[in-house]
Design a protein around this ligand. Structure first.
Ligand SMILES: [Ca+2]
Length: 390
């Protein structure tokens, strides 16, 4: 038998400690990575809570926000807080600027799209108001041939016109509705992700009830639109077109006949085509007007601080005194600074709740303690007092 040491045995003897050393080093590296990740998470939670008011935390959504989960299923959590509502530089109905405190709420990240609205219609068989026969009692002066289902469509005139008479560019088109935005023959093909239009306030409320949400109050809408920016003229800041980049789908050119579409869109745009605001919400300026819950009253604002305002009990529009109107916010692709700068976060619009035009849409919100009024697709997920948006 040979007594010479086996050279391979020597190599094996020294190889094992190296493997152990590598394993230890790997363990240390993984631990460091885990600790750094935990630190980053803590910083993210701290940053997401920065700017919140001193109002008490409330319920499950707030806890989720503290865990870094500030959005879910297409909705964004807007933390409770206090802000200055209105503008001293806008229209008279935007004044006075006053302090408003709000509880936290969830809000849709985008406007409700055609494909989302179609799911509602398929599930319920709902007919929008524009698809229904107008009631002759409500339009006693209208000739019978005009009492047909339809909606009002933007039709640009051939040349320059007076801006005093909006009937020049708005036309009642029989057969126009959310499925046929420009009237019979027009379709939603290729516009599945555009915001639904031609929906009136009643239609928007029905959709919201079905999906287990509600329309935002006017104060909630403005608070969310400002995206943590205080007193800024635009939802993205101070400049209308920073670095020559349009930040919203509005009108460029001479309204209403010359639409240069410098922002890339002559009509509605797919939701989310422009950068989001500070809360991660898309199209809080431009694209389509968005219905709010509140009645419209031009002198509703007062200097007094208010909490969770729900709007007035009555409505009055001096331009059309006989018609009660609901608030719309956010402006549309037809907003031009020479006629309507309604895409500013403080700007207020109003319309009869039974009327949706080709630039009228909406998005929904949900409170943590929202109780479903009827069984909808979100009802199974609704547990206890704090519903997570579906
Ligand atoms: Ca545009």
């Amino acid at each position: 038998m040979s007594t010479r040491p086996d050279p391979d045995e020597k190599v094996r003897r020294y190889r094992w400690p190296w493997f152990l050393l590598v394993a230890v080093i790997l363990g240390i590296v993984l631990t460091i990575v885990w600790v750094l990740g935990a630190i980053r998470n803590v910083r993210r939670i701290r940053d997401s809570n920065r700017g919140q008011s001193t109002l008490e935390p409330q319920g499950r959504p707030q806890r989720e926000a503290q865990l870094g989960k500030t959005w879910t299923n297409g909705m964004v959590w807007i933390p409770a807080g206090t802000f200055q509502m209105g503008s001293a530089n806008g229209q008279p109905d935007e004044r006075p600027v006053h302090e408003v405190s709000l509880d936290g709420f969830w809000i849709d990240q985008t406007e409700v799209t055609n494909e989302q609205f179609e799911k509602f219609v398929k599930a319920t068989g709902y007919l929008t108001v524009a698809e229904q026969q107008p009631d002759p009692k409500q339009f006693p002066d209208a000739p019978p041939e005009k009492l047909v289902p339809g909606s009002v469509v933007f039709r640009p005139p051939d040349g320059e016109v007076s801006l005093e008479n909006h009937y020049v560019w708005w036309e009642y088109v029989p057969g126009a509705n959310w499925r046929h935005p420009e009237g019979p023959g027009s379709t939603l093909i290729g516009r599945e992700k555009h915001p639904v239009a031609h929906v009136c306030w009643f239609d928007a409320v029905k959709y919201a009830e079905w999906i287990g949400k509600r329309l935002p109050t006017e104060a909630e809408w403005e608070y969310a639109s400002r995206g943590r920016l205080a007193g800024k003229p635009y939802v993205w800041g101070d400049e209308q077109v920073p670095q020559n980049q349009w930040k919203a789908n509005i009108w460029q050119g001479r309204f209403p006949h010359d639409n240069s579409a410098e922002d890339g869109f002559r009509g509605t745009a797919p939701v989310g085509s422009f950068p989001p605001n500070g809360y991660g919400l898309y199209d809080m300026a431009g694209n389509v007007w968005e219905w709010c819950q509140d009645w419209y009253l031009p002198n509703y604002y007062s200097p007094i601080s208010v909490k969770n305002p729900k709007g007035p009990d009555t409505s009055f529009d001096p331009n059309e005194p006989g018609i009660a109107k609901r608030v719309q916010r956010g402006g549309s692709y037809l907003c031009s600074d020479v006629y309507c700068s309604g895409y500013r976060p403080s700007a207020r619009m109003k319309a009869s709740p039974d009327t949706g035009l080709s630039h009228t849409g909406f998005r929904c919100v949900r409170s943590p303690n929202h109780i479903l009024k009827r069984k909808g697709p979100g009802s199974r997920r609704q547990g206890g007092g704090g519903g997570e948006p579906r």
